[in-house]
Every structure is written in structure tokens, then in C-alpha cells.
Design a protein around this ligand. Structure first.
Ligand code: UDX
Length: 468
């Protein structure tokens, strides 16, 4: 099928390339000429597993890039809107980009089109898109508006797209539902998984992913409710972690014990310095705002946000408890991205922590495998902030090392070397990447989230002193 995807951000670009991978002919539209040029040259612009390889495989064959929305509208039967819905000052999603795209599509429609909202949008957006198109003089029978939310996570976006837990299609007419069913058929009938070089994952020809047909409003709510629920799970385990700290219990054991209950599930029960990224903070705020506007008391979401914010303040307190005063302390920071596996620093708790520590008068040498360039564009250059070549370079002569992002490679560091590199062997881990007993054996004072703090064993200290 001929598909247009409007917007080449995380969602739009991944959708465009993956639709091509599923055998469709895709045109991806963006009004940013610089981006279009880069994509035409094969540069994905974002750090995302499998994306460069798939873009190379389909560029100019299955997928092409343009800034011409009018032409894309004329030639494609299905048009996916995947433009940004940033948070406005009131917490609402700003839908002006969605509206602008809908109006433009309306002005260039010459035959029946299915317009699909893929961006995360509040309930009733579908209805608004329909009204905007009708206001532009298009007859109702010439189009349908479908809600097809995307659940992809950054870092595993391609896998999430091609191996989705579920595909949600919210539509009001059988003909629109049929178009979406055809688009996703390679996944739902399993045929994609038998193609040569198919991206492997949890689904297969014999066990394909399910497609759930719903009303448009239900689909819109599914997206916001899912993200809000996952954020709630994280805030819940963070609150439990704090309880564990107060009682000398171990949150990892508690989370495991809870997660083994299949009704709860073990995923998204990792405590840390709070959730961040381009979705959770924005979507929780937007969902709360929708509830407010509808007169529904959903103050539970305020608590989710409050716990998330306090988690960062608590971590700062932890650093203080380990180092006493902060002014003039030299800290190694591992991690700037909002989570491991991505270069994205939007609403990154790690970057916020760095800002808080700089404000306290610390000097920071930071390292991140992918997010340093982006951080340099956001944080103003400062004498007390520098960027390291690698983890050990960051740790060199530091008063303590802070782990702020869950990059896999941090968990694999050579602990003996790390100990020797630091001025004081103190590690404050906001992501629980290490085992306290192992850190203790390696001579560290180790503070983490929701687990007892450990100090070096006497004999380790003795050996270190003897060696010194
Ligand atoms: C999220 C949703 O998972 C995805 O379905 C949606 O489409 C977009 O938003 P993403 O923002 O890429 O995806 O990241 P995710 O992996 O969900 O993590 C979000 C934040 O929560 C990160 O800061 C992460 O570090 C944190 N997190 C996640 C935890 O603190 N603990 C956990 O157990 C899981």
C-alpha cells in the first residue's frame, strides 16, 4: 500500500522505515528541509538499534523523504500523522502541529483517504481532526480518521514496532478498519517473520501479534492510560524503595517478590532516580489535564509526579550524606541520557541531577556513551563541567562516582581499576547497576536505591593501606 507518514521524529521515522520493511511503499514528509536532506543521505539522525540498517535497506526503494505534503496526500491512501505534541504551559498537549497538518491534508485530498493519528494525543483529538477536515470543505464520505497509537520505546523502537505486544486500531467505520488491517497484515498474519533478514523478536509466523479493534476514543485513552500506568508503577516502586531504605530491607528482593505475582509482573519495577524522557512526564501531565477538564478527580497522577520529582531530591540528599559538603567536590558522573541505549536527553533525570549538583558548587566530569553531544547543546559551557573520554577518565581523581543512567556497559566496568582511579572509592548508584556485596568486596563505599549502604570490609581497607 502507498503510505504517507508526516513527521520524521522518533515515532514517524521508525514507523516509515518499518512500514517499508513490511513491504509497503512509504513517503515520509517533514517540513524541516535540513532533516529531509540528512535522511535522503541515509543519516537516521537518532541513535536507534536496527534503524540505520533498515534505512539503508529501503532508502529510495521502499521509503523516500520529502517536504511536499501536498504530493504525498495525493498519492497515498493512508496518511499517518506523527508530528510532535509538546507539553504546553498548562500541562495540556499542544496540538497545533496536528491541526496544521490536518488542514493541509484536507486542502490536497482528491480521493478517499484514511488519516491516522499516530502521535500521542488526548481523547477527542480524532474528532477535532475530523472537524478540521470537514471545515476545509471535504465531504465526510471522502475520508476517515483512525487512532493507531504507538507504544515504542526509545532504544528498542524498531523491535517494538515489528514485534508489538498489541496493535491498537481505533476506528468508527469498517472501511477504515479494513485499510489498517491490510497495512498491519504482514505482522498479524505472521508473513513478515518468514521474510529473509526479518528483524527477530518475540513474535513468529505461528505466534503473530494481536490487533485490537476499538472505538477511536478508547484507542486514544489506551495510549495515555498505558503510559500513565507504567509511570505509576515506577513511582510506586520508588516509594517502596524509600520504605526499604528506612527499614534496611532490599528493594530488589521486594520487587522480585512482587513481580513473580503474574497479576503484577516484574517489568517497570526498577527503582531509580525517577522516570524521564519525551513521553512519561508529558503524557502523565496531559492525562491529568484531560481528567481535570472532564471534571474527573485523578489526583493519583499528582502523587505519581510528586514521587518522581522527590526521587531526584532524595538522591541529592544521598550524595550529601556520603560526602558531607558538596561545594568544591569533584564528581564523576556516568550517564546523561534519560535511560540507557539512547542519546535522548529530553526530560532526562540525569541531566537534571547534573544541573542540581552544579548549582550546589560541585565540579563534574561526565561521560555518556551516546548523549554527550546533545548535552553540550543544552547545558551552557561552564568551568566546573567537563566531558570525559570514557568512564575511567571521568573517574580520575574524583571524590565520588555517580551512576545516573542504566547503560549496560557501566555495569561491566573493571571495578578494581575503577577503585584505583577514584580519589576516594565511593560510588553512589542511582540505577542499582551493581551488587552491594560485590562493591564491598572491591573496597567501595556503595550507596544505591532502596538497598542497605555498604562500606569496604576491614581487610580490604587494610590491604589498600598496605599497598599504598
Ligand atoms: C515510553 C513507553 O515505554 C513507550 O511505550 C511509549 O511509547 C513512549 O514512552 P520510553 O520513553 O522510550 O518509552 O522509555 P521507557 O523505557 O519506558 O523508560 C521511561 C523512563 O522510565 C526512563 O527514564 C527509564 O529510566 C525509567 N524507568 C523505566 C525506570 O525508572 N524504571 C523502570 O522500571 C522502567
Amino acid at each position: 500500500m502507498q503510505i504517507a507518514v508526516v513527521g520524521s521524529g522518533y515515532v514517524g521515522l521508525v514507523a516509515a522505515v518499518c512500514f517499508a520493511e513490511m513491504g509497503h511503499s512509504v513517503v515520509c514528509v517533514d517540513n524541516d528541509e535540513r532533516k529531509v536532506k540528512a535522511l535522503q543521505g541515509g543519516d537516521t539522525l537518532i541513535h536507534e538499534l536496527h534503524l540505520p540498517e533498515l534505512l539503508k535497506r529501503h532508502l529510495n526503494d521502499g521509503v523516500r523523504f520529502t517536504s511536499d505534503l501536498a504530493e504525498a496526500t495525493r498519492t497515498c491512501q493512508a496518511i499517518f500523522i506523527a508530528v510532535g505534541t509538546p507539553q504546553s504551559e498548562t500541562g495540556d498537549a499542544d496540538l497545533s502541529y496536528v491541526e496544521a497538518v490536518a488542514s493541509k491534508i484536507a486542502r490536497h485530498m482528491t480521493s478517499y483517504k484514511v488519516i491516522v493519528e499516530k502521535s500521542t494525543v488526548p481523547v477527542y483529538t480524532n474528532e477535532w481532526i475530523r472537524r478540521v477536515i470537514e471545515r476545509n470543505g471535504v465531504a465526510r464520505e471522502m475520508f476517515d480518521v483512525v487512532s493507531n497509537p504507538e507504544f515504542l520505546r526509545e532504544g528498542t523502537a524498531v523491535m517494538d514496532f515489528l514485534h508489538p505486544d498489541r496493535i491498537v486500531v481505533g476506528s468508527e467505520t469498517p472501511r477504515a478498519a479494513a485499510v489498517l488491517a491490510e497495512i498491519y497484515a504482514p505482522l498479524t498474519d505472521g508473513s513478515y517473520y518468514t521474510t529473509p533478514n526479518a528483524i527477530a523478536g518475540s513474535f513468529s509466523k505461528d505466534a503473530p501479534p494481536p490487533l485490537l479493534n476499538t472505538s477511536t476514543k478508547s484507542a486514544e485513552i489506551i495510549k495515555h492510560a498505558s503510559n500513565a500506568f507504567l509511570a505509576l508503577k515506577i513511582s510506586f516502586i520508588n516509594a517502596v524503595a524509600n520504605l526499604c531504605e528506612a527499614t534496611d530491607a532490599n528493594v530488589e528482593q521486594v520487587a522480585r517478590g512482587m513481580g513473580l505475582d503474574q497479576r503484577i509482573g516484574s517489568r517497570f519495577l526498577r527503582p531509580g532516580i525517577g522516570y524521564g524522557g519525551s513521553c512519561f512526564p508529558k503524557d502523565v501531565a496531559a492525562f491529568r489535564s484531560v481528567a481535570d477538564q472532564l471534571g474527573i478527580d485523578f489526583s493519583l497522577l499528582n502523587e505519581v509526579e510528586k514521587i518522581n520529582w522527590r526521587q531526584k531530591a532524595r538522591f541529592l540528599g544521598k550524595v550529601r550524606s556520603a560526602l558531607w559538603t558538596l561545594r568544591g567536590k569533584r564528581l564523576a558522573v556516568l550517564g546523561l541520557a534519560f535511560k540507557g541505549g539512547t542519546d535522548d536527553i529530553r526530560d532526562s533525570p540525569a541531566v537534571e541531577m547534573v544541573q542540581m549538583l552544579l548549582a550546589e558548587g560541585c565540579s563534574i566530569r561526565a561521560y555518556d556513551p551516546a548523549a554527550m553531544e546533545r548535552t553540550k547543546h543544552v547545558l551552557p559551557p561552564a568551568a566546573n563541567l567537563s566531558y570525559a573520554e570514557n568512564e575511567y577518565d571521568a573517574a580520575h581523581e574524583a571524590d565520588a562516582l555517580l551512576v545516573l543512567t542504566d547503560w549496560k556497559e557501566f555495569a561491566e566496568l573493571d571495578l578494581a581499576r575503577l577503585n584505583q582511579t577514584l580519589k576516594y572509592p565511593i560510588v553512589i548508584d542511582g540505577r542499582n547497576l551493581f551488587e552491594p556485596a560485590v562493591m564491598q568486596q572491591h573496597g567501595f563505599t556503595y550507596l544505591s536505591i532502596g538497598r542497605p549502604t555498604v562500606s569496604p570490609l576491614r581487610e580490604t581497607v587494610g590491604t589498600a593501606l598496605a599497598q599504598a
